[in-house]
Structure formats: C-alpha cells, structure tokens
Design a protein around this ligand. Sequence first.
Ligand code: ADP
Ligand code: MG
Length: 247
Amino acid sequence: MTSATPSAPVLEARGLTKTYGALRALDAIDLAIGAGESVAIMGASGSGKTTLLHCLAAVLAPDAGSVRLTVPGRAPIELAGLDETARSAVRRTHLGFVFQEHLLLPELTAAENAALPLIIQGASRADAEAHARGWLQALGLAGMEDRRIGELSGGQAQRVAIARAQVTGSPVVFADEPTGALDSATSAEVLSALLHATVGQGRTLVVVTHDADVAARCDRVVRMSDGRLTGGQAATTSRARGAEEAR
Ligand code: ADP
Ligand code: MG
C-alpha cells in the first residue's frame, strides 16, 4: 500500500541447476523473491524442494546459474561462485534457518539454544541469552526459557527453533517442513509464530511445505516437479501482488 513500485528482489535465481550424478535435481530454475514476501515451495517428495532451498540459502553450491542475494544496505552478493567458507559467512550474517526440532541441542536449554547464533557471531553469552529470552517470550514461551529441549512439546521446541532463526535479525529466513512433525492445531500455531517473527517484522520467509494450510497462509506458492517450477514462478516482488496471485 505504501508504494506502487515493487521492491527489488531479495533473492533472484537465474538458470539455477544442480545435478547429482545423472540426476538433474534442479533444472534451470528462474525465481525472484521480493523483500518482505512469504513464499511456499510445494511439490512431491523428491521434486527438488530441499535442493532449491539449499541453493537459495548458500548451503549448497549449484552447478550452473546464479543466485543473487540483495539485503538492505549491502551490495548484491552472488552466491553461486562462493566457496564453503564464504557461503558459511553469508549464512551466519544474513540468513536464518528453521530446521526440524531434533537439530536443537538437547543438552542445552531453550534460551541457550536460541542464543547460539549470536554467540557464534561474537556476542557475550549474557547479551545473547537476554536477546534470546526476549524472542522466546514474544513467541509464547515465557516461563520455559530454562527448560531443556526434551522438556518441551514438539510445537514448543519448534518455536525455540524459530527464535533461534530470528536472534541475529536475519533479513531472510528459510524453513524446510517446519510443521512436518506437528498435529494440525499445533502446526497452525507454529506457523503463526513463524509468520509473526519473519514477514511480521518485514523479513522474507521461504518455506518448503507439504501442508496446503501452510501454503495458503503465504503470499505466494511456487510448485516444483522433477527439478522444475511448474507454477507460480512469476517474479512477484511485492507482498500485495503475491497475495493477489495466490487467489
Ligand atoms: P524434496 O525436498 O522435494 O523431497 P530433494 O531436493 O531432497 O527433494 O531431492 C531431489 C532429488 O535429488 C531426489 O531425487 C533426491 O533423491 C536427490 N538427492 C537429493 N540430495 C541428494 C544427494 N546428496 N545425493 C544424491 N541425490 C540426492
Ligand atoms: Mg525435502
């Protein structure tokens, strides 16, 4: 509503290709994701969703094509040519990740888990945990900050993972099946928390999901089949247009 001019894409993939031996897991994907947009990636198992997410998120290096990341106040960064050390630095500095709950460290508390990305960035433990506690409270986990992960329900643990993905203020957050292990009521709550913590703060969310309810709450859905996009790949760059196209 504030502007008729679409914002520049925060992520722009061109001809993105990834092969595993003879298998083309990604086959010349073109995709632009606007700043502040929430985009769901759907498709059958094995269609390439995780591979696409990992190439967009500088986890994997593609074999061909480009991925440009443009975050506020920075020159665009071309991810495709970076080595692992450089990709790791980009992930640490600009990107957030919501993995399955079992990737939280079970021997640490909720606050300690959520604080980790800040500690890795060099923050003091006290500052990092104070900030993490703020996010845990904002995500409905007040009073649970000092519990170990095993003392939380699946939905609560996933909110810890969401807090962990937000503490550094990453402008882009990636989630792979964030509600995959949850019942539908818990899934809806966790998704609300994820949307609030990301697009609700002006951040961009890219989420792989099998869940039509999750996809329906995102601005835009892109569908994959055999390493290609089969729908919704138009380079939508504003949330308003995304919502319109999702009808
Ligand atoms: P999805 O997330 O949609 O289930 P993936 O991106 O995980 O799909 O996988 C796409 C295809 O690439 C599948 O056929 C999968 O078996 C294959 N694949 C994924 N990762 C690897 C890998 N590390 N080595 C070999 N093949 C892989
Ligand atoms: Mg997958």
